[in-house]
Write a protein that binds this ligand. Sequence first.
Ligand SMILES: NC(=O)c1ccc[n+]([C@@H]2O[C@H](COP(=O)([O-])OP(=O)(O)OC[C@H]3O[C@@H](n4cnc5c(N)ncnc54)[C@H](OP(=O)(O)O)[C@@H]3O)[C@@H](O)[C@H]2O)c1
Length: 215
Amino acid sequence: MTMKVGILGSGVVGQALGRGFASRGNEVMIGSRTPESDKLKTWMEKTGKMASTGTFAQAAAYGSTLVLATLGSAAEEAIDLAGLPNFRGKLVIDATNPLDFSKGMPPGLFVGTTDSLGERIQRRLPEAKVVKCFNIVGNSQMVDPTYEGVEMMICGNDKTAKEEVTRILKEFGWKGVIDVGGIEGARWLEALVPLWVRVGIALNNWNNVFRVLHE
Ligand SMILES: NC(=O)c1ccc[n+]([C@@H]2O[C@H](COP(=O)([O-])OP(=O)(O)OC[C@H]3O[C@@H](n4cnc5c(N)ncnc54)[C@H](OP(=O)(O)O)[C@@H]3O)[C@@H](O)[C@H]2O)c1
């Protein structure tokens, strides 16, 4: 089953997931304010014929499945640029984090524990099916992770959308998912990220993932 995937975000996450989707036979368009940038030209050359770039609005209109991979503080601005009707009825995989670097490294969060960026995005896109996913792993581990048997923690309100994300993750080499519930679970998935950064600093290594051991 192949699909058209629109990725909003031209950073390392958008590029890694774009390569991942294209490598599984899907057509991918990365959306950016500067779709002609050198970094996106390089990404297209490396990714091959399944890859294209466009504006945020073009990528959002193009994809039957969408990925949100912008700077967390710009996520809502990027959604507005993409055009709210382009999200209607679609799965939106939300990889963003509300990281606050105003006090330097390591970061805090600009949304507290009574709300989350995932919930803000779902509220802005009430007719889309937002699933929080990929936000707690480094971009190098998102596709073809080097560790075996790891489950991705996800959340979202729509059961079918989460089943589709589970299918995609298995294609990408993940064992499966741990579904922590509705989109309000994003409060806790996002809160894990400042911890993940601190672990990366302590280990001096960013190729680490949280793995839940269970029967
Ligand atoms: N880096 C990781 O390994 C990692 C892992 C897990 C989750 N995440 C999360 O994934 C997201 C993407 O991370 P990243 O490191 O790939 O990229 P990033 O540097 O956080 O974000 C780059 C993207 O944000 C867009 N952007 C920045 N300011 C904007 C604005 N004012 N209006 C509209 N768009 C704006 C850029 O648009 P243009 O294309 O127009 O420049 C670009 O597409 C972040 O939320 C991050 O927390 C990152």
